[in-house]
Design a protein around this ligand. Structure first.
Ligand code: ATP
Length: 288
């Protein structure tokens, strides 16, 4: 049996460049792995795919991304043996934190190890992209510039060990809905990814904080104003910045120190007892 941690991600930036003929949006975004994670335990069984989930009422059936990832590996590699997957869910669902994608990535990596399949990282990413645009990032991790529909990745220097606070209100947001609702005539601020990459290269935490930008934030805030309440509360409690991750509704703040992160978390819990609140750290590709 092997166990794999499946880390969540936040977006330091998210830009939409246009709509493509295949229906996807062309994006350009800086993605960051964080230490908030699910854990998956994988073991070999004689045949089939079995999935058990704790910590969430997500269906443990063929619709689950873990199940679909396992089937794709089995089919691609013509694997006769089966796999039992136990998923301990901690990452909130439909939250903008790539919870489903990171579980699928963990199944790809875990089965590759468990069955000594020797699939290269590059090939794993290709397989992952068949299931979901964020999965290649979740396979590689660290800090990356993601373009295309999110699957084309350029590695950036690690931006590890930075304190973040995450707060998800009770609502969930569908990624498809947010992209559909985004108005092509958007005239608001766009991220400056070049400047963001420079700030990351310099390990400049306050520079990164000042450059956070997500063009989907306004779309989701219009529907869920509580996101704005969380943002203001985080700033008031000492966060350097705060922004919605992905299509939301999770809001994250960057804190200069762990004690500030704890204070920010307490502030959010104080204003909304229903919030799911976590403190975490950014993670490097070398697990720094
Ligand atoms: P992203 O940031 O990639 O847009 P998200 O964090 O907004 O993702 P997820 O938590 O990945 O959203 O969930 C999206 C949908 O995928 C959920 O509504 C859920 O029904 C489905 N899903 C399938 N498998 C899983 C899984 N293992 N964990 C979470 N969601 C899953």
């Amino acid at each position: 049996m092997i166990s794999v941690d499946a880390n969540a991600k936040i977006n330091l930036t998210l830009d939409i460049l246009g709509k493509r003929d295949d229906g996807y949006h062309e994006v350009s975004m800086v993605m960051q792995e964080i230490s908030l994670h699910d854990t998956l335990h994988l073991e070999e069984i004689p045949a089939g795919i079995e999935l058990e989930i704790s910590g969430s009422d997500l269906p443990a059936d063929e619709s689950n991304l873990c199940y679909r990832a396992a089937r794709l590996v089995k089919d691609t590699c013509n694997l006769k043996a089966g796999v039992r997957i136990r998923l301990e869910k901690r990452i909130p669902v439909a939250a903008g934190l790539a919870g489903g994608s990171t579980d699928a990535a963990a199944v790809f990596k875990g089965m590759n190890d468990l069955f000594s399949l020797n699939i290269t990282e590059e090939k794993l990413c290709d397989l992952g992209a068949e299931l979901g645009s964020d999965i290649p990032f979740c396979i590689l991790g660290g800090t990356m510039l993601a373009t295309g529909r999110g699957e084309l990745l350029k590695r950036l220097p690690d931006f590890a060990g930075v304190n973040v606070v995450l707060a998800k209100p009770r609502v969930g947001v569908s990624t498809a809905w947010a992209y559909k609702t985004y108005d092509a005539g958007y005239t608001g601020r766009h991220p400056d990814n070049e400047a963001m990459i420079k700030a990351i290269e310099q390990g400049d935490v306050s520079g990164v904080s000042n450059l956070l930008c997500n063009v989907l934030e306004g779309v989701t805030i219009k529907e869920h104003v509580i996101i704005n309440t969380y943002k203001q509360a985080m700033l008031k409690a000492g966060a350097l910045c705060s922004m919605m991750s992905g299509s939301g509704p999770t809001v994250f703040g960057i804190a200069p120190e762990e004690t500030v992160a704890e204070a920010v978390a307490a502030q959010i819990k104080g204003i909304d007892a229903g919030a799911a609140v976590f403190t975490a750290k950014t993670v490097g590709r070398n697990r720094g």
